[in-house]
Design a protein around this ligand. Sequence first.
Ligand code: NI
Length: 156
Amino acid sequence: MGLRRIHTDKEPSLHKVCKPVTSFDWRLHKLLNDMRDTLLDANGVGLAAPQVGILRRVVLVDTGEEILELINPELVSTSGEQYGAEGCLSVPGRYGWVKRPMFATVKAQDRYGNWYEAEGEELIARCFCHELDHLDGVVYTQVMDRFLTEEELEEL
Ligand code: NI
């Protein structure tokens, strides 16, 4: 197990633009393995490298079937719209109302540098957008309407 500390949005790493990955070497693989352990340990859906203090364009998304490793990811297309509650491991205990596309397709490199595409809908589309925002230093609290109230949180 290689657990890394999850940084909060009070820390500077959450507000920086991350650099592309250029070396698909053992260092990247170690980071990905540690991020996987950290994501599973935290029961999250997605995790971006800046959340563990690494300013590189690396994201993990747990689709429920597999954990996608998205290196240098880019949004290819989006469609539809959804409005719902969104949380973040770096903003513990709080949720906000955020509008996102219903469908999103991303292209990314795998841990060996091969490009591939992944499609997501609903929660996964939301997660793609949320995690890719992290790579540009954007936390959902900067794009949300507002935080959920205590009452709304209980209903959830
Ligand atoms: Ni997040």
